[in-house]
Design a protein around this ligand. Structure first.
Ligand code: URA
Length: 239
C-alpha cells in the first residue's frame, strides 16, 4: 500500500468512528513486569516504609527512563510533614544531585514556599517520575502509568494532610484528569485510594518552571498559595 493510500485508509477508519488501535504492547509490558518482579522479589503492596519504597524504586526496571538517567531521584524534605508536593520528573540538576527541585525551578519553588512561611524542613517533595526523561521532555502516558504505583505508595506512606501538585503532568496523573493545569488550578480536589482512611485535600498549581517562562501567571499562583495557606491554618486548628 502506498503512503497516500495508507493515509486515505486511516482517514476512512477515523471517519468510521474508530479512535484507538489494539497493539502488542500490553504483552510486552507484562513480560517487563514479570522480569522486574523477579529482581525486586517483593510486591509493592507489601511495602510499609519509605526506606523499602526507595530500595524498591532503585531496583525497579519497569520504566525505560531509568536507562538514560544517572540517578534515581526519590524525595527531599521532611517525611513527617503534613504537606506533600508532587512535581513531574527530575531535570538535569536533579539528575546530577539526586534530589528533586534543586535547579532553577527549585529555587523559585523555595521562594513560593517562603511566601507562605514554608520551607524544605516543613514540606515533603517528590515527583511522579523518579528518573529524568532525556532532554527534559515531558514523560509520556506509558511512563506515567508505569510509575504511578510508586507515587500512590509514597502518598500512602507519608499520609499527608494536604497535597500540592506542581504543574499539569502531576495534576493529570494524581487526579486522573485530562484537563490542563489552566483549568485545574484555582479549585480544591480530593485524593483517595483504597489504602487511605481519609481523602486528602489537593490543590493543583502552576509548575515553577512554567512561571519562570510565563511571569504574568505569577498573580494566579499567588492566589493559589494564599488559598493553600488558609487551608493549612484550618488543618492545623483541627489537629
Ligand atoms: N521539575 C520537576 O517537576 N521536578 C523536579 O524535581 C525538577 C524540576
Amino acid at each position: 500500500m502506498s503512503i497516500k493510500s495508507n493515509l486515505s485508509y486511516l482517514n476512512y477508519i477515523k471517519e468510521s468512528g474508530i479512535s484507538a488501535f489494539l497493539q502488542n504492547l500490553p504483552n510486552i509490558r507484562y513480560k517487563e513486569q514479570e522480569k522486574n518482579h523477579k529482581i525486586s522479589q517483593i510486591n509493592i503492596s507489601d511495602i510499609n516504609s519509605l526506606k523499602e519504597l526507595e530500595n524498591y524504586i532503585n531496583q525497579s526496571n519497569i520504566c525505560l527512563l531509568k536507562n538514560t538517567a544517572s540517578k534515581t531521584v526519590f524525595a527531599d524534605g521532611n517525611p513527617s510533614s503534613k504537606i506533600m508536593l508532587i512535581g513531574e520528573a527530575p531535570g538535569a540538576e536533579e539528575d546530577k544531585i539526586g534530589k528533586p527541585f534543586v535547579g532553577l525551578a527549585g529555587k523559585l519553588l523555595n521562594k513560593m514556599l517562603a511566601s507562605i512561611n514554608l520551607d524544605r524542613n516543613n514540606v515533603y517533595i517528590t515527583n511522579i517520575i523518579p528518573w529524568r526523561p532525556p532532554n527534559n521532555r515531558t514523560p509520556n502516558s506509558e511512563e506515567i502509568l508505569l510509575c504511578l504505583p510508586f507515587i500512590q505508595k509514597h502518598i500512602e506512606i507519608i499520609k499527608p494532610k494536604l497535597i500540592i501538585l506542581l504543574g499539569g503532568t502531576a495534576s493529570k496523573a494524581i487526579l486522573s484528569s485530562t484537563h490542563g493545569i489552566m483549568r485545574m488550578r484555582g479549585k480544591w480536589y480530593e485524593y483517595n485510594n483504597l489504602n487511605l482512611n481519609n481523602p486528602i485535600p489537593v490543590r493543583a498549581i502552576y509548575h515553577p518552571a512554567f512561571l519562570l517562562r510565563v511571569a504574568n501567571k505569577k498573580r494566579e499562583a499567588w492566589e493559589d498559595l494564599k488559598e493553600i495557606q488558609k487551608k493549612l491554618h484550618a488543618i492545623n486548628e483541627k489537629i
